[in-house]
Write a protein that binds this ligand. Structure first.
Ligand code: SF4
Ligand SMILES: [Zn+2]
Ligand SMILES: [Zn+2]
Length: 310
């Protein structure tokens, strides 16, 4: 197998594009894909300030690296979720990357600043805190971006993530979610930052290859709460199909973005955004989901204490 650019022996194969690259040419191809995604979806421009959501894993660090190499103004943001060793290791990897490249990394510490950690938010039925963790991340990434004057929040969601989410939304016919799924979530309120996913054209293994070739020091460890998640089962299924039909994941996602999503989005009323009665952050209800989640947690703690006292 030869590199399609320079004909040297290839190190990375991208089967869905019927392409292969040597390690010298591959990073340029990867960054081109990121640039194409940014331009074709109108994600942001050279003058925009980008806040990258950092987890210490390959996707977020590869995204931050690629954006900087492409000449964008990109700072990072990390949330200390308080998930044991995983959080310690991911925080260190994020801080090491920022220090090595002399970059700004904003941080929010849930325990210190808000008095809780993500494992305390376990859903009683599923035994997992992932839905609440998603609320926490969306809330803080948005709040920091708006408070500090960033134009856009960029996350490291890749083709595999997006295809698995689409698959899950189709299986359960979540038409509301389907109508909103896409690489750009526009801002519909002055306190809502635009959200973008510049890696949506790149598969997980493409990002891993980029991180290895560019010597990005990321954590291999996955969050322990992810074990048994449905999204991982969907990824396994899609990977098995991709093995036999290279390009299937991309065709599934891109086909949806070009056709299906538009049909659904047109049928949905735009949600009315107002400010949360408790915290002033944007929400569609009276009280935002973050404040409601914290109120629920407080009530649980109070009833446990009352039960102990009785
Ligand atoms: S696996 Fe769940 S708990 Fe862990 S970081 Fe992801 S969403 Fe949060
Ligand atoms: Zn080459
Ligand atoms: Zn609120």
């Amino acid at each position: 197998m030869r590199c399609i650019r320079c004909k040297a022996p290839a190190n990375v194969e991208v089967r869905r594009h019927r392409s292969a690259f040597c390690s010298g040419c591959y990073p340029g191809w990867f960054r081109n894909q990121v640039q194409r995604a940014i331009e074709s979806e109108g994600m942001f421009g050279r003058d925009d300030k980008v806040l990258v959501a950092i987890s210490g894993g390959k996707d977020s660090l590869a995204l931050w690296h690629a954006l900087l190499q492409l000449g964008y103004q990109a700072d990072g943001m990390y949330i200390r979720l308080g998930i044991g060793n995983y959080s310690q290791h991911s925080q260190s990897a994020s801080e090491r990357f920022a220090a090595k490249h002399g970059l700004a990394l904003h941080q929010v510490d849930l325990k210190e600043e808000y008095g809780f950690v993500v494992p305390q938010l376990r859903n009683q039925r599923e035994g997992k805190p992932c839905a609440a963790c998603g609320t926490v991340k969306r809330y803080h990434f948005n709040k920091v971006a708006v408070d500090l004057g960033y134009d856009v929040v960029a996350t490291g969601h890749n083709l595999d993530d997006e295809a698995a989410t689409l698959f899950g939304n189709v299986i359960h016919w979540q038409t509301d979610f389907l109508g909103r799924q896409g690489p750009v979530l526009a801002s519909t309120h002055p306190k809502l930052a635009r959200k973008v996913k510049p890696l949506f054209r790149l598969a997980e293994r493409d990002t891993a290859a980029y991180a290895v070739i560019e010597r990005i020091d990321y954590i291999l460890e996955e969050c322990p709460m992810a074990v048994g998640a449905k999204s991982l089962e969907y990824k396994d299924l899609l990977n098995a199909l991709e093995e036999r039909q290279p390009g299937l994941k991309q065709r599934f996602l891109v086909g949806f973005l070009r056709g299906g999503r538009k049909a659904l989005a047109g049928r949905q009323e735009p949600a009315l955004i107002r400010e949360c009665r408790e915290c002033g952050q944007p929400t569609t209800g009276e009280v935002c989901s973050y404040c409601r989640m914290r109120q629920r947690k407080r009530r649980q703690v109070e009833s446990r204490m009352a039960a102990r006292g009785s």
